[in-house]
Design a protein. Sequence first.
Lengths: 383, 317, 309
Amino acid sequence: MGQIQLTDLMKRFGDTVAVDDLSLDIADEEFLVLVGPSGCGKSTTLRMLAGLETPTSGDIYIGGDHMNYRVPQNRDIAMVFQDYALYPHMTVRQNIRFGLEEEEGYTSAERDERAVEVAETLGISDLLDRKPDELSGGQQQRVALGRAIVRDPEVFLMDEPLSNLDAKLRAEMRTELQNLQDQLAVTTVYVTHNQTEAMTMADRIAVMDDGELQQVASPFECYHEPNNLFVAEFIGEPMINLVRGTRSETTFVGEHFSYPLDEDVMESVGDRDDLVLGVRPEDIVVADTDPDDAAIGDHELRMDVTVVEPHGDQNVLHLSHPDQPSDDDALQAVTGGMHLVTRGDRVTVRIPPDTIHVFDAETGTAVHNRRHDQEADLTELEQ
Amino acid sequence: MATHDNTEHVSDAPDEAVGWESKLQYFLNSDFVRSAPYWGIPFVLMSIAVYGGIGYNFAISFTDYEGLGTPDYSALDLEMYAQALSSDAFIAAAQNNLVLLVGFTTICLVLGLFLAILLDHGIRFSEKFQTVYLLPMSLSFVVTAQLWLWMFNVESGILNLVVTTLGFNPVDWLGNPSIALGAVIFALIWQFSGYTMVVYLAGLQSIPDDQFEAARVDGASITRTYLRIIVPQLKEASVSAAVVLMVFALKAFTFLYALVGRYRPPNGTDILATLMVRRAFKFGEWAYSAAIATMLLVMALGVIGPYLYYQYKQGSL
Amino acid sequence: MSQSSPTGSFDVASLVEDVNLRRVGQYALVVFFLGFFLVPLETGIMTAIKTNESVARSLPFAPPASEGFTLGNIQFALEQLSGSFFNSLVMSIPATIGSVLFGSMAAYGLTMVNWRAQMGVLMLFVVGVFVPYQAVLVPLARFWNNIFPLARMIEPMVASIPFFQGYHADLVPLVITHIAYGIPICTILFRSYYQSLPNSLVEAGKIDGASITKIYRRIILPISKPMFGVVFIYQFTQIYNEFLFAFTLVTGSDAPAAPVTLVLPAIGASTSGIDFGIRMSAAFLAAVPTLILYVAFAEQFAKGLRTEA
């Protein structure tokens, strides 16, 4: 069984704490993505799991067995490296076979057979007698996968395995990796700094920052119910809009606009005074402004379009407040691709009250997340 | 998963403490322990030879050990050092050594840099020329000493051929004490300037080509480009080459010995290294020569110590 | 670097520029230094193949006229040197293999694993590269002559090996000495290479269940073949050319176990002076092994020197 349990895991390098008090349970056959900016401790965590680093304190269990004092070989894991780490002097066949040599229970012929079998699974049978430097990046990637699969481990560990590929190939390999993991039913811990990879591949995402775990949840939850400002900012492209302000009675007062808070929001906000208002760009509704109509709704504000980024299916608008044109990126909004807006237009921006997130400005924790019919959304996701 | 089962089953219950046996086994399996023989065996062998030797030499230098028999360690003093420092031969050798060190190192660096720049750009078959320039470095000092002995020969040597053609009197290059050291330095430069050239060329090649191009676009002349932009970037190459040359100048013995085939090198070229070997192996003054050797070592450490410290601080070790 | 002047936009102009004064001057200097580095060698070789009479009469660097040509000097020198050639090779080859292997092992052990005192150990290796051998000569002589006279102990054993004589036992301490003092430089050369290898290779090996020894034998050794070439050529040249240790341990040029470098400074010398025909022949012969290596592997040799710096 490949369930993983990390308890109070800590790693120090000299004076710096790379991983701080990390506890995490990973279910058997789960695809967990460790994501965070560089230096957040995600790779160190993975390397401790692999047995390449020794934890300063805390415990690692794989399949219920204590792993701290086991060498990598005896942990029943396989690892794919960012640079693939293919042995340059060996053929593809020898590369794949190498990991089997120390495994007991195989005859030499069985090892050869197994290597061929794995190569077939990955569609690289015709490359078996080539050396790594004769392969393309994508082919090397497959050989690296083959080397991981061949030992039939309980756990796959992947350290940014797709970051050396070009964009198109990366998208292709993402799907392929997911299918492979499904097919082999192996617990997978996948490290990346790329939030798109995290969102698209993970059963659950573990977001790390500064050595600490920020949130462990499904991609859906991380996106719509972030625990704190860091997660809200890290997940999502374009980034969530955040506005600092204070509470005055039941109204959020920012520098440029006021925003009345609904009753249910107020319940969670309580008597906190310093707040951060968050809204995803795609939740903002942008309407053309009728210059004659001076009336403006409770949750609306007037803004000027400073930049239009057309993506085809959608447009990303950068907006500024009319009273401070120097800040040309005060808010970002996403509109449909057919919604034509030009630079310099004055628009009416509506922030629907059910889409807002509210964070405590001092601690950064989320006090209110957007409303959604969670049950319905989640079932939909799992199908 | 049926094909293999090599887990040792420490425990199934996560909370159970880990036994000391598995901790010990883990330690014995750790990279530190497993890799220890790899560096450990060469390290011990090297340490005995280098540091054991230095220590032993140091110990002997405090005795009065001479001739046959064994050193007497009961009366240790600095007498040999005092004796050396007050001896004219030692002072003269030290002076010669200093001249050799400064002259040889400086000229080698300058000539090497010049050759490197000469071959760096716009020369066809530059690599072939480099190979020829570096060729003397592949020869033994014993061999090059013979070649230069012939070059310096008073009657039929090439140098005197040139001198007499120019209308001067033949020069006794190695026989005249005031010229001999210069002649030796000249020969050693012949052997070593290819080396400095190679070090500088490596430094030049690590400078991106676009710096040359940018300078050209800016309208700088080639000379100016080299002087103002390229040479300042060769500081590290200069330092490391200088260290190697200076340490060599301190320990140079073979060339001088092989020129004449005896312990005493040509008059005016006696340096600490030749003095030390002569005192030890010709006269059996072990303690005295050990003291000279210790001082030589201290000087060499004076050169490499700051260098290594600098490298360490730079993180380039 | 050819200069393009602001006015010269015609082909003719750039052609003229290509052979401009600067370029001519540059090539002239290159050729001058070619002469500077080659004349001593060329003179030596020309002198080696001249009769004594021709040496005295002709210019030293000029090739011999037909009646002044002889291979007699070379033949004589070869006879004189043949025994010491054998000694040199018997000493250099095992000493080179030993120090190169130890150096590779030490570099592997020091590069592949991180631990606290590592820097200190490495420093001791680096200092070992620069230590003047004079500082260990007296102890060396005492150790091999008085404290542990290995040569005398194994003399009968060596004598029983085919092609070897009892006196070849004198070379054994010399080989061990060369190995020990060759370790630091070989370690440093290999270390710089191993540091350039990606860490993940070794880690992948560990994950694949390979022991430290297996990683060394199956992954690191095969990958470092080119570096072995570099270090081997560098180290062989150093040991073959070395003089001081042989001088200390084998002593005289007339000792039967003397390597080439020890014999050379005494060849062709007599009370009436040095016979340069013979001396130059011997010098040339002594240089032949390293010259061949150098001409064949100049790039490796240069790389060794570069890495050292």
